[in-house]
Design a protein around this ligand. Structure first.
Ligand code: ATP
Ligand code: ATP
Length: 152
């Protein structure tokens, strides 16, 4: 039954980490900070259907801010503002978690309600230098709920 599957799904949260449910880096839709928000661009962004969009500078792994689609509501498309102008206006906090965070811990975090999407990073060791964090995905509450209701 569906209930049975949900209980199993919830139990499975216990030995899974964020890595299991995240959207992988390759599949992230993000935009460069210099992107001009002309009418064509705004349309394309809206058509992607995502609510929260990482903004990167230079390298797509270098996420510096977030664009919320609702931020575009008051935008005058004729002004041709750049993504970063909007980002600076709203200044949404970028939350980051480690790829080996247990899914149930991530769920508790999301339930607190302060944020609904986190960038997933892993620590990469480097020879003779300090380790660096590297972006490897993103995760939202939706991803964990899917895990619980076992719809994939
Ligand atoms: P299960 O063990 O339940 O079968 P799984 O096979 O889907 O789960 P997970 O270990 O949960 O594997 O990881 C999900 C995906 O995330 C895998 O496809 C794996 O390649 C990727 N992944 C896991 N750990 C890392 C990591 N440290 N860095 C990058 N990607 C990772
Ligand atoms: P909401 O449902 O709150 O309007 P949404 O549809 O943009 O937001 P979620 O429902 O939170 O996003 O997540 C749906 C799926 O899309 C999840 O698998 C999530 O990891 C993925 N996702 C969310 N934002 C992005 C993005 N910018 N790029 C790629 N995948 C994303």
């Amino acid at each position: 039954s569906d209930e049975f599957k949900m209980v199993l799904g919830a139990l499975e949260l216990y030995d899974k980490t964020v890595a299991h449910s995240m959207t992988r880096f390759e599949d992230i839709f993000s935009v460069p900070s210099y992107l001009e928000l002309n009418p064509t661009m705004v349309t394309q962004i809206l058509e992607m259907g995502y609510t929260r969009i990482p903004i990167y500078e230079g390298d797509p792994k270098n996420v510096v801010s977030l664009l919320f689609v609702k931020d575009l509501a008051l935008l005058d498309p004729q002004e041709n503002l750049k993504v970063m102008n909007i980002a600076n206006l709203y200044n949404h906090e970028v939350r980051r978690v480690l790829i080996d965070m247990p899914l149930r811990t991530m769920l508790e975090e999301f339930k607190r309600g302060e944020y609904h999407m986190a960038l997933v990073e892993k620590l990469v060791e480097q020879e003779d230098r300090d380790p660096v964090y590297e972006l490897c995905g993103l995760i939202t509450l939706e991803d964990i709920i899917e895990e619980i209701i076992q719809c994939e």
